[in-house]
Design a protein around this ligand. Structure first.
Ligand SMILES: Cc1cc2nc3c(=O)[nH]c(=O)nc-3n(C[C@H](O)[C@H](O)[C@H](O)COP(=O)(O)O)c2cc1C
Length: 358
């Protein structure tokens, strides 16, 4: 055992976690056997999804760190938000060498987990598979339940709602700018920056690629094309692929507010669920951007028109109703899930994380 080398390996493995647009908003401080996880707000990006999206991402990262620590023989105790004056110091993870079998076998799926944006096979999930996913997803958030939406018509309706994100993206200047800023136009670009959204993972056909690169990239063009309802057409076209799912899965909790600790726990639950799904041969795509946009309404700086707010409100209410979110409950996240229809996939890159040893 070499604590410093082990901690380096744990962090290196941990950062394979998903993050919004693969922006990897984290840095680490290590003091003896404690890994401090600090969130980065990355300027404007925080406005999309607010602290909620940021803390979901931190949760996924923390879950990976705990699983990786276990793999290297450490038991970990996670203290959330240990510094009440600093909201961005998300966690301190205290490691203790204790190489016993804790029954966590998800580490080997870190490099197989990915966001699959292809259409999926319509094959239904068996009750055993659903039970395993429920156990993985519900464990982290007290009083939460994982719901499967499997009815074909319900899946179609959800598909039409999740693309509300695309409709807003192509009608909101700042969102449009942020999205295209995070996009990497080739594998070489993505490899070069080792962050951002690799365009290849969007699986665009030649026509869409051309349109995306030469037209939709320019806000001026999008503005002109908006007269032809390009934002609605783009959303409608994309909804076809969102209809191709084995199910949609929602994690729902009791209570109407989500505090920072619960947001982190929701992220831990999402990562555990995602790794379990990967282990079971399933593919996953987070599809709750509409809800994240709703969270960002809190930021005054991020001007949404009344029409955009109404659209997001209507889409999120419809999805909540289909997922069975009851009175006094809140939806934490929603994903599309299913067996892969296409083999071709691209693994995304990660930057070397900033780690300071004190
Ligand atoms: C909070 C959060 C929200 C996300 N929202 C979306 C989304 O709306 N659509 C999507 O396709 N991927 C979404 N993702 C997936 C990320 O884009 C993806 O994890 C990242 O690009 C890294 O790629 P990987 O998951 O293949 O490793 C989200 C991830 C997180 C953590």
């Amino acid at each position: 055992m070499n604590l410093v080398n082990d901690i380096k390996a744990i962090i290196r493995a941990g950062v394979s976690a998903p993050s919004g647009d693969n922006l990897q908003p984290w840095r680490f401080v290590v003091v003896d056997n404690v890994i401090e996880v600090h969130a980065l707000t990355l300027g404007d990006e925080i406005k999309f999804g607010g602290y909620y999206a940021l803390f979901i991402t931190q949760g996924a990262l923390i879950e990976n760190l705990v699983i990786a620590a276990d793999h290297y023989g450490y038991d970990s105790v996670v203290s959330l938000f240990p510094d009440k004056q600093n909201r961005l110091h998300v966690a301190s993870i205290n490691l203790r060498f204790d190489p016993i079998d804790r029954g966590v076998d998800l580490f080997r799926f870190f490099d197989k987990r990915l966001t699959d944006r292809h259409g999926y096979s319509p094959e239904r999930l068996s009750s055993d598979i659903k039970k395993a996913l429920q156990e993985a997803g519900e464990e982290m958030v007290e009083g939460s339940r994982l719901v499967f939406v499997e009815d074909k018509q319900d899946i179609f309706t959800i598909a039409k709602c999740v693309v509300g994100q695309i409709e807003v993206l192509f009608s909101h200047k700042t969102l449009h700018e942020l999205f295209f800023k995070s996009l990497r136009w080739s594998g070489a670009d993505a490899h070069g920056t080792a962050d951002g959204l690799d365009v290849r993972t969007l699986h665009l056909n030649i026509f869409k690629k051309f349109f995306f690169h030469y037209m939709l990239r320019s806000w001026v063009f999008v503005k002109i094309l908006s007269k032809l309802y390009i934002h609605k057409v783009a959303a409608l076209m994309e909804s076809v692929r969102y209809k191709e799912a084995g199910a949609y899965c929602a994690l729902i909790k009791s209570g109407e507010q989500i505090n920072d600790e619960e947001a982190v726990a929701a992220g831990r639950a999402m990562e555990r669920f995602w790794l379990m799904a990967t282990r079971l041969g399933l593919r996953v795509q987070p599809t709750f951007a509409v809800f994240l946009i709703k969270h960002s309404f809190d930021f005054d700086l991020f001007d949404y028109s009344e029409a955009q707010k109404e659209l997001i409100d209507m889409k999120s209410k419809t999805m909540e109703s289909i997922c069975g979110v009851g009175e006094g409950e809140t939806l934490l996240w929603l994903t599309r899930i299913g067996y892969p229809k296409y083999k071709e996939q691209y693994q995304t890159y990660r930057k070397n994380p900033e780690v300071v040893f004190k």
